[in-house]
Design a protein around this ligand. Sequence first.
Ligand code: ADP
Ligand code: MG
Length: 421
Amino acid sequence: MLETVHHLILHVVFILFTILLFQMFARESELGPKGFNLQFLAMNMVIVVFTMVFPVVYSSGYVYDFKVVPVILAFIYGGKRAGYAMVIVLLAFSFLTGHVFDNLLVNYAIYSLLLIPFSKWYRKAEWKKKLLMITLFYLLVPGTRAIFLLLKGMLEQLPLLLSSTVVIWLTLLISIYLIENRLEQARIKKELIKAEKFNVVSQLAASVAHEIRNPMTTVRGFMQLLQGEGLSKEQKTFIKISIQELDRAQEVINQYLSLAKPQTEEYEVFSLSEAMSESVEVMSTYAVMNSIEIKKDIEEGLMGKGLKIEIQQVFINILKNAIEAIKENGEIMAAAARNKDGQIVITIKDNGAGMPPEQLKVLGSPYYSTKEKGTGLGLTVCYQIVKRMKGEIIVKSELGNGTTFTIILPGTCSGQGGQVR
Ligand code: ADP
Ligand code: MG
């Protein structure tokens, strides 16, 4: 009996130790949810071979081992190919060492077939649900075995089955906990690096932008003065273009600056309906110039929390993009209303060029632009502002059919606007 306990503990410790080693040495880039990770596979193979070479033997001759743990781990964290590789190694090993081969072949063939759909389902689940799912899945085999033993009347084996099941189950859960923990760490680190990079870039940008703004204003002023003198038509055009270009540079700088704005500014409650109407008005002239009509359907009395000027910048950026996406005979629909959860849902829909799915994925990354004169900062700023307001932006688009930007903002109750009663 005591020897069995020794054996058991040795196995559990060995499995967990292997996983710990893996945690220490695994490279972060290789910790994808799918795919063929060699280190991970090697780790599981070591466990399989070890557990089969040293199975736990209860004093009564009941033999079992832990090989199901690495097989499950390989399928759910290593992917289909890793799983198959594991099963092949396991079968080859048992064939060479004269284990009960036929049984294993049938059992693991069925097991692999079940594990493939299960892994897909598993990967999408949340943390706690994962533990529950794996428990139910694992219990499938000992469960059927218990029923089999009961039917055959082999009751003396039941306590052994129960104890081994509990030990293997716990090992499985702890292994999963350790692996998930590692994955979580890798995710957080990645996010952190990204956030930090962004922070540094925007701070640098802000200081540089500030320095450039002053000399630019001076130059622009003198240019304007020059315009009045008796110049040739050509010279006047040059100056006009120079001023236009300066203005464009100014716009880029302003966008930079709002990107790097400190986040401590006082938020206020303001009329979102008004802010949106005003932004649509501002952009209407630009739209008409491009023979585009902007329709609006804005519910009265919507209140938002944040900085009015910032959310207006969001509206203007998105409307400007919509106008630019339309070649001819365009129409833009700008709507805002409260949904049943009290959130404010704003949609800006155009029937312009649309975007393919690959483009949707990178939308909002700084400097991403498909326009010759684009800055690629407009949407980056929009995402930042909306995030600060604790809202989100959802983009749906179809190439050739147009794009819909949906902004969801938390509802604000403190406003006294005429809400729908
Ligand atoms: P910019 O307008 O300076 O290019 P933005 O960040 O505003 O930068 O937009 C990034 C890119 O996203 C645009 O270059 C364009 O390709 C795409 N885009 C944004 N809005 C739309 C839209 N409504 N329809 C089609 N493409 C869009
Ligand atoms: Mg833009």
